[in-house]
Design a protein around this ligand. Structure first.
Ligand SMILES: [Zn+2]
Length: 440
């Protein structure tokens, strides 16, 4: 196969794959002509990393600072905007004349970035015309198809990356940029629309954003989070999610005289993990399969506490997994001949699908907006939760759409610029289509 060998060699230079590198100048030149990209780059310079160990709301001052920066911009557009003490920014956009009665829409994005990697001194760079053979970041990290399989769908795109020492923050500053750019466009009066509410939330990455949002106060018929990943993603289902805590009581006796008396909770905990090892777990499941996942274990001889998350797309599936955990508790107790173990379950979030199914017209309106923007819709079941999971179940039906960001939550995070523009195009089309919803 000499032809194939030649092609393979063509990607190599002196035995090394030719990776592309990002450029500061290339990015600077684009910013003059691209207000959406400019907004995004302005926002990634704020350190808004969600902080797991913080007791403040929001968990990092940078979220307040980015919120305040945005508020100043929106005030100049003459919209009614407020930043609450929690850091949540809320913008009320009254309907265009004649469109006051159409269904109201809330659009949401979050100001914080993931706690998994630094968001300080983000140094964005632009890779122009991606050629497909990987990107080398300034610190030597390589973004290629192995680490980011979606990249192969972005040949020819300009892609924003970092220098490799931080995350980029496309999750979710790309969503924030889309919504701020929408507000700029709406202020010109060029788009006819119904009543809109735009919300920039805080600490979404800590799962806390919805605790600072009140669906009654938002008072909209429908919602959409702009917080997804690759081009075309339309998230219409999430897991049902519960937490489970197993507590195992031991008996501590001095080791000198422990024979026949001591009950070591650490060993019983280890036995319990053995008993649940055949239940589906994240490492053994994919697609629509649910799982049980022990994520924290701590204790001593006297007591061992193991924390689990339980996930399934169906409520029935969730109950079956919980029954298996319950059966393992009973088994452990029978092995020890006494009630040493107990389990409690608590609700975390519910699948948005049950709620969204009741609003087919709204989902069709979203699908049509993808179509109008020239984007092939990829309906997606999220193996996790979104803000929309909680909001939907609290009364605001709320799917999630893509921002274009790839490989989020770490230094490999990157953003194809064309995808960011498509995200904007879908959102603007949605605002227009919502004004015609009853006619669809
Ligand atoms: Zn996000």
């Amino acid at each position: 196969m000499p032809r194939l060998i030649l092609i393979c060699l063509g990607l190599k230079y002196r035995g090394e794959t030719m990776h592309q590198k990002g450029s500061k100048n290339a990015l600077a030149q684009k910013l003059n002509k691209d207000p959406l990209l400019k907004n995004f780059i302005d926002y990634v310079r704020f350190d808004t990393k969600a902080d797991l160990d913080s007791n403040t709301v929001p968990s990092r001052k940078g979220q307040l600072e980015l919120g305040a920066f945005i508020v100043e911009k929106i005030k100049k557009l003459n919209f009614d905007v407020k930043q609450k003490d929690t850091g949540v920014v809320c913008v009320k956009v009254p309907a265009s004349v004649g469109f006051e009665k159409v269904k109201s829409l809330c659009l949401l994005a979050h100001l914080d970035t993931a706690p998994d990697a630094s968001g300080k001194n983000v140094n964005p760079l632009l890779v122009e015309n991606y050629a497909g053979s990987g990107i080398e970041l300034e610190n030597g990290l390589i973004i290629d198809d192995k680490i980011c399989p979606e990249l192969k769908n972005h040949l020819g795109d300009d892609i924003v990356v970092t220098d490799g020492t931080t995350l980029l923050g496309a999750d979710d500053k790309a969503g924030v940029a889309v919504l701020c750019t929408l507000l700029e466009r709406l202020s010109s009066g060029a788009v006819k629309h119904g009543p809109l509410t735009i919300i920039f939330s805080v600490d979404e990455e800590l799962g806390k954003s919805c605790s600072h949002l009140d669906v009654k106060e938002i008072n909209c018929d429908y919602g959409v989070t702009v917080d997804g990943c690759d081009l075309g993603e339309f998230d219409i289902a999430t897991f049902n999610a519960d937490a489970a805590v197993v507590t195992i009581k031991g008996r501590s006796v001095h080791t000198a005289v422990a024979k026949g008396k001591m009950l070591n909770a650490i060993k019983a905990g280890s036995k319990f993990i053995d008993l649940v090892s055949s239940i589906p777990s994240p490492e053994t499941t994919e697609g629509l399969e649910g799982f049980v996942h022990p994520h924290d274990i701590r204790g001593g001889v006297e007591q061992c506490v193991i924390k689990f998350i339980v996930r399934s797309f169906t409520k029935d599936g969730l109950i079956k997994l919980e029954d298996k955990l319950q059966a393992a508790v009973s088994k452990l107790n029978s092995l020890y001949g006494e009630e040493i173990a107990s389990i409690t379950f608590s609700f975390q979030y519910a699948n948005m699908e049950e709620v969204l199914k009741q609003h087919p017209k709204f989902l069709d309106c979203c699908r049509k907006s993808f179509e109008d923007a020239g984007v092939l819709v990829k309906e997606n079941f999220v193996r996790g939760g979104t803000d929309g999971s909680n909001l939907s179940n609290e009364g605001l039906p709320c799917p999630n759409i893509f921002t274009g960001g790839l490989c989020c939550h770490g230094p490999y995070e990157c953003l194809p610029v064309a995808s960011l523009h498509k995200s904007y195009a879908v959102v603007e089309a949605l605002v227009k289509n919502m004004a015609k919803l009853d006619a669809l």
